[in-house]
Design a protein around this ligand. Structure first.
Ligand code: GTP
Ligand code: MG
Length: 507
């Protein structure tokens, strides 16, 4: 076969390449120009269950050049079993075959090794043995990081203009979010830049480094700390097949997993679709490149338009259902109002301890977890203060920095319920070293929701985890009441102040 390809290649003056699977079958033929070939997206090609793609690329080089940097990048980005070139002589006959493959550990500082040149006819058997051995070696080297195969395994990436300290803190929070979504974190990369490129989120060199780590640690997901635009996403997915998501999608995913109430589920589906809609454009691109635009289309209508219309239909359907559900909620709420009790709403950054506080205050058993966004559905309980003042106390969804606007919009109805509160109690996790930033974020969200005029009591929670001197200092600084939400013995100062505020507002 090599002979035919070489003579055709010379005749056309173009490189010709073939993708060969492990049983030796040619599954794709590529015709390039005189200097390069462009390997198509292979995401739909299922050819191996191993770490490598299960495909090798063999192509012609017409001017006697060695494997190029681009060839090696393709080898890496597409996780090819092998990248090989055949140098073709002027008379159209094959010279030798030159090949390179990836290695689990760098050899002499290189991430790939070159095989000695061989006549092209003599490759097949040896190469198959070589690839089997390579797969074995790759899986053996990552045994040290044994992880559950069913869980996603991610590399976290931050490309940022902010300071090292802030980038690190933000990365820590991203890791907590990732953990809350039941994903394993394998490694993190922080790339600081003077400016962010709006087309390419990462340079090819850095992307190469990340892909190599992904291959060696067996990661299947890249999660970016920054929201990515469609062009930045495709600047990665055009070259590699690894899944890419950003922080917003991660938060949406956590919410989708955790929503229990019908209203919550509707709200999240809406937020996810709204996030998806402007990002559809590029997807169709990739799709039509793969399918050649055949199938799944009505006359005169592109696949993209159909998807858009479906999503828009679904969105208006959701909006209707939501309206109905929130009417029902309002009826419930006005029934509660008739009981004429003051309402205290607990608010605060996610994981601050709001639900724990409510549980201990009212002897309830709302789900409490050391995960972000444990609570999505608002819950109310009655609470009797000393001397028989009775109130309703409600728990809400936690806040977070850079809350996706789609999500804020979707939860607007739930959050608007906060307007009914007589008093807000802002629960702060003083044991978290990022808490000052978290307080700022919560105050800002309250302003955005026009809730800043409500009386608000600040509570410093988790005081069991910090030294007393530090607590004194911070309580004075934030004019906040210390509590340990796990221990009702610490609640007296809070109960007294809350009671006073209620009586003042209520009489
Ligand atoms: N040590 C200590 N841990 C606490 C305290 N209060 C809450 N926690 C822990 O903090 C974690 C989060 O508590 P939650 O009550 O779920 O926090 P939340 O504010 O409701 O969080 P979201 O619902 O996710 O917004 C849990 O692991 C709690 O056990 C406290 O006073 N001391
Ligand atoms: Mg909660």
């Amino acid at each position: 076969m090599a002979r035919e390809i070489c003579s055709l290649s010379v005749e056309l003056g173009r490189q010709i390449g073939v993708l060969i699977d492990r049983s030796g079958r040619v599954i794709h033929v590529i015709v390039g120009d005189n200097k390069s070939i462009l390997i198509p997206q292979l995401s739909q090609v299922r050819s191996s269950t191993g770490r490598l793609k299960g495909l090798r690329c063999v192509h012609t080089h017409l001017k006697g050049e060695d494997l190029t940097q681009d060839d090696l990048m393709d080898l890496l980005f597409l996780r090819l079993d092998l990248m090989a070139i055949i140098k073709v002589r002027k008379d159209g006959l094959p010279e030798n075959l030159y090949a390179a493959h990836l290695v689990p550990r760098p050899v002499d500082g290189q991430d790939w090794v070159f095989l000695p040149p061989v006549p092209p006819t003599r490759q097949d058997q040896d190469i198959r043995h070589l690839i089997t051995a390579l797969e074995d070696e790759f899986s053996r080297t990552s045994q040290t990081k044994k992880v559950d195969r069913n869980r996603d395994r991610a590399l976290l990436v931050s490309v940022t203009t902010s300071t090292k300290k802030r980038a690190g803190e933000s990365m820590d929070e991203l890791a907590e979010l990732v953990r809350s979504d039941d994903i394993v974190v394998l490694d993190t990369f922080i790339q600081r830049r003077d400016r962010i490129n709006h087309k390419f989120i990462l340079g090819k060199g850095k992307l190469g480094e990340i892909m190599l780590t992904a291959l060696r640690l067996n990661a299947n997901l890249l999660i970016f700390d920054q929201e990515l635009n469609p062009s930045q996403v495709s600047s990665i997915t055009d070259h590699t097949e690894i899944r890419v998501i950003d922080r917003t999608q991660l938060i949406l995913d956590i919410f989708a997993r955790r929503a229990l109430s019908r209203e919550g589920k509707l709200q999240i589906e809406m937020a996810q679709l709204k996030y998806l809609l402007p990002r559809l454009g590029r997807r169709d691109d990739a799709l039509s490149r793969l399918t050649g635009g055949i199938g799944a289309r009505g006359p005169g209508e592109t696949k993209l338009e159909i998807d858009r219309r479906r999503i828009n239909d679904r969105l208006s359907g959701l909006a209707k259902k939501l309206k109905k559900v929130s009417r029902e909620r309002q009826q419930r709420r006005s029934r509660r109002r008739k009981k004429n009790l003051p309402v205290i709403s607990l608010i605060g950054y996610t994981n601050a301890g709001k639900s724990t506080f409510l549980n201990t205050l009212t002897h309830s058993k709302i789900l409490v977890e050391d995960k972000l966004f444990a609570t999505l559905d608002p819950t109310s309980r009655r609470l009797r203060f000393p001397e028989d003042v009775e109130v309703i106390i409600t728990d809400t969804v936690g806040f977070i920095r850079d809350l996706p606007p789609e999500l804020l919009q979707a939860f607007k109805a739930t959050l608007e319920e906060l307007h009914e509160a007589d008093i807000l109690v802002h629960v702060i996790d003083v044991s978290n070293n990022r808490f000052p930033e978290q307080v700022r974020v919560v105050d800002q969200i309250l302003r955005n929701l026009h809730l800043e005029t409500l009386p608000c009591l600040r509570v410093l929670n988790k005081i069991d985890c910090i030294p007393p001197e530090y607590l004194l200092e911070q309580a004075a600084l934030y004019q906040a009441i210390p509590v340990c939400a796990l221990d009702s013995m610490t609640f007296d100062p809070f109960l007294q102040q809350a009671r006073q505020l209620v009586l003042k507002k209520w009489n």
